[in-house]
Design a binder for this molecule. Structure first.
Ligand SMILES: [Fe+2]
Length: 388
């Protein structure tokens, strides 16, 4: 369900409106307890099946810095990070996500997180000593959408490597930028995340009011996490930022030189949504990693919400290049607090892939021009030929 009345078409071909033109007809109740004050997405804990293969991918190829490691777990951080880690690789039997972790402003926010989620009837676990090395008092929950969310404030500080140009590589990953989650009911997810203090910056909808994806932020960029419509709960990707576009091209060149081009799933390209330059990679377990740069500032209280038409084939790639089907269909399982995979629930709303590509889908380059693709009817949704 959406409120499309107050939107304005821009000269760039998308709509803008004020705050979150999305309404849920199946909302998670709003707790009376105030939400914790979340600063930013801080780290993801991944279970990987071959620690050596994952270390080669994330350390030797992508150049993340090792804060600590042993035979079971590797703690990694990006160049500018001063907290203990942005990514944990933990050895396990089943490739999955163990935690999406957010940093909160003050220790008291952890009490708020407990009260907020207990009121929602969620499973909540708090450990004064933290769940991982380097992180203090923490709260982990199975949230109303089935995701393992963590909140913490205290972290060991480590050296920020920004000045260590002697160690930097051409594809340097400088910050953790965002998570992306797959969930069946995007409006329900958006309402819950708004109650948690997030604000919508962009979304993808159709004229019937189906919402296909939404981007939400705490820090003043396009997002800390996005909700992508699909069978879930699953993790779609974790994203690191580079300073410049050329850093992303350097990663592609390196993967080619290493005969690892099959790690490149999609891109490089320019997103419509977020305006960022992007690349999607798959790690040795299939976990998807995005590399991303140059989205925009969103911190003003009246920051316009951008709404894209699902049939606009520049929404996912500004140059109109096709989205590969695996990008729509594949995702990583997420774990409950006991370490068991959460059951995946099927999306019942329309699928973005089905409505935009293939025999039954359509997309356009110019609105009102449904044959705006170069190959006409046979390749609707694709710029050059039909890749399905
Ligand atoms: Fe992303």
């Amino acid at each position: 369900m959406t409120h499309l009345d107050d939107r304005t078409m821009t000269s760039s071909g998308f709509y803008v409106s004020q705050e979150a033109p999305i309404v849920s007809d199946n909302p998670v109740p709003t707790p009376q307890a105030p939400a914790p004050d979340i600063l930013r997405c801080a780290y993801m804990e991944l279970i990987v099946t071959d620690l050596a293969a994952s270390r080669q991918f994330y350390v030797d190829i992508l150049g993340l810095y090792v804060t600590e490691e042993d035979d079971e777990v590797i703690y990694l951080r990006s160049t500018e990070e001063f907290i203990h880690h942005n990514l944990i690789l933990r050895k396990g039997e089943l490739a999955a996500v163990r935690a999406f972790s957010y940093r909160v402003r003050a220790p008291e926010d952890l009490d708020k997180a407990v009260a907020f989620y207990e009121e929602l009837g969620c499973r909540v676990e708090r450990r004064q000593e933290g769940f991982t090395k380097g992180i203090g008092d923490s709260v982990r929950v199975e949230d109303p959408l089935g995701f393992p969310y963590e909140f913490f404030h205290q972290s060991e500080h480590v050296e920020r490597m920004s000045w260590r140009y002697d160690l930097h590589i051409p594809g340097e990953l400088v910050r953790l930028d965002h998570f992306n989650q797959i969930t069946p009911d995007v409006p329900r997810a958006v309402k819950y995340m708004q109650d948690l203090g997030f604000r919508v910056t962009e979304d993808i909808q159709d004229d019937e009011g189906t919402v296909y994806a939404a981007w939400m932020r705490r820090k003043p960029t396009v997002h800390d996490t996005a909700m992508t419509g699909g069978d879930g709960p699953r993790m779609h990707h974790v994203c690191f930022a580079t300073h410049e576009k050329h850093n992303i091209l350097a990663i592609c060149d390196k993967l080619g030189a290493l005969r690892r081009s099959d790690s490149i799933e999609r891109g490089p390209g320019r997103h419509g949504v977020s305006n960022a330059f992007y690349l999607y990679l798959r790690d040795p377990d299939g976990h998807r990693v995005e590399v991303y740069t140059q989205d925009y500032y969103t911190g003003d209280p009246d920051n316009p919400v951008v709404t894209w038409d699902v049939h606009d084939n520049q929404r996912r790639d500004w140059w109109g290049n096709p989205v590969v089907p695996s990008w729509y269909t594949d995702g990583s399982l997420v774990l409950d607090l006991d370490g068991n995979p959460q059951p995946v629930i099927e999306r019942t709303d329309n699928s973005e892939m089905a409505v935009t590509i293939g025999a039954d889908g359509f997309s356009y380059t110019r609105e009102g021009d449904q044959d705006g693709t170069y190959q006409g009817e046979a390749s609707k949704g694709f710029k050059l030929g039909n890749q399905l």
